[in-house]
Design a protein around this ligand. Structure first.
Ligand SMILES: Nc1ncnc2c1ncn2[C@@H]1O[C@H](COP(=O)(O)OP(=O)(O)O)[C@@H](O)[C@H]1O
Ligand SMILES: [Mg+2]
Length: 396
């Protein structure tokens, strides 16, 4: 590719990117919370941002810093990010409280995906690498830890989630909480103490064959409807099973849910890994972060214990290194994976196999990354608590 000069983002563009940085405790973005103040952009692409913390020495500072840097660095015109830290005055703090309160109320109305949910889109450069299998298995593995896991099947024409999760009931729509417009109610399935909430176009049509009728439907419109018109209620995670190789849905997601992180699935073959880089490139262009890479169909171990790298070797590691993301796991080829997908009982649900273990360990990594191990005392967590008390959600 020829070298070309990439211009730095405008201050407004920077603010837009910062809207994806959510204060984990207050559940709103740092721009709306007026935590990110002055934004300066130098012609060389050095971004200087003033960030006001609720209190100095807030333990979330490192996390907010990482988040800001990784969001801004998705823009190719950004060369460096400098943060100058400040502390809010008592007045500013009480204003943030008001905003957080408003925000908590917004969340309570269940208008869309709740701010508290971690959104992970499972993507790849092409079909058939195991996106849907990964989505279904991670969903049950996360739910098995007691979490409420939403699954949005964004593969509008090629849906396979209903079959893989054994959930094919028609979706119903009804009025919720006195709101005029009917909302789509996701299908639910209990997993241990956790819960799956699933929507798919496969739950709208009579059978998988009828899916062809959806060809006329605009992909992004359908996904938008699932994001806005579904009564998701409480969610800890939302997993989005992406359609293969289309940029439209990804761009749409970036616009509607900019805090979406991508998990990129690849096979070990070098060719597949090249294709997967395209998905990562698309992520970069739509300013989404990549949460990690999963190598699927890594190898096959026969009953005598000999391991064969059927589809090549090293694709996952190479891809992860190339895009600077973590290799979350390598899932072997197993009949149990395919069988689980066909019977609606994903192998990670109850299977004892190498693949099941890998899926479970990836779920654990996701959970570990979601809950920052920080001492919340005295920081925005306290503020949130007072907000909840004020709203009557928690006893004083
Ligand atoms: N690790 C695996 N071992 C065996 N079969 C697999 C594995 N991962 C996926 N499959 C099978 O490969 C096919 C394609 O997987 P799928 O998840 O539908 O891919 P995608 O959603 O990327 O198109 C399915 O039949 C699935 O059961
Ligand atoms: Mg699929």
């Amino acid at each position: 590719m020829p070298d070309r000069v990439i211009s730095p983002p405008s201050a407004d563009e920077v603010r837009n990117l910062l809207r994806a940085v959510i204060d984990p405790e207050l559940g709103a973005n740092i721009v709306d919370l007026a935590m990110a103040t002055d934004v300066e952009v130098s012609p060389e692409g050095v971004i200087t941002i003033g960030v006001k913390l609720t209190i100095k020495g807030c333990p979330l500072r490192a996390q907010i810093k990482n988040d800001i840097e990784s969001r801004l660095e998705t823009h190719p015109g950004v060369s460096k990010v400098k943060i100058t830290w400040g502390e809010m005055t008592a007045d500013e703090r009480s204003e943030v409280m008001t905003k957080a309160r408003w925000n908590a109320r917004e969340n309570a109305s269940d208008t869309a995906v709740p701010n508290s949910a971690r959104v992970l889109a499972i993507a790849s450069g092409k079909g058939g690498v195991g996106k849907s299998s990964v989505t279904a298995n991670l969903a049950v593995a996360l739910a098995a830890h007691g979490h409420v896991v939403g699954v949005l099947d964004a593969d509008i024409w090629g849906f396979s989630i209903p079959r893989m999760l054994g959930m094919s009931d028609r979706l119903e729509a009804r009025r919720v909480d006195g709101v005029e417009k009917p909302r789509i109610i996701p299908n639910e399935r209990k997993v241990g103490t956790g819960l799956l909430k699933v929507v798919s176009t496969g739950m709208l049509v009579e059978d998988e064959g009828t899916a062809l009728m959806w060809r006329g439907l605009m992909l992004t419109k359908a996904v938008e409807q699932f994001l806005n018109d579904v009564h998701w209620g409480d969610l800890d995670y939302l997993l989005i099973d992406m359609p293969p190789g289309t940029g439209d849905v990804q761009m749409g997601l970036a616009r509607m849910l900019p805090r979406t992180d991508l998990i990129i699935v690849t096979t070990p073959a070098v060719s597949a890994q090249k294709v997967a880089i395209r998905a990562a490139d698309m992520a970069r262009r739509s300013f989404l972060r990549v949460a990690g890479v999963i190598e699927n169909m890594s190898h096959f171990t026969c009953e005598h214990g000999t391991t064969y790298p059927l589809f090549g070797q090293g694709g996952g590691t190479t891809l992860a290194n190339e895009i600077g993301a973590e290799l979350l796991g390598q899932v072997p080829i197993e009949n149990a994976v395919a069988h689980g997908s066909d019977t609606g009982e994903p192998v990670a649900l109850s299977g004892s196999s190498a693949a099941a273990d890998v899926f479970r360990s990836i779920a654990k990594k996701i959970i570990a990354a979601t809950v920052p191990v920080t001492d919340m005392a005295g920081c925005s967590a306290r503020l949130l608590e007072s907000v909840e008390v004020a709203l009557g959600k928690k006893p004083a």
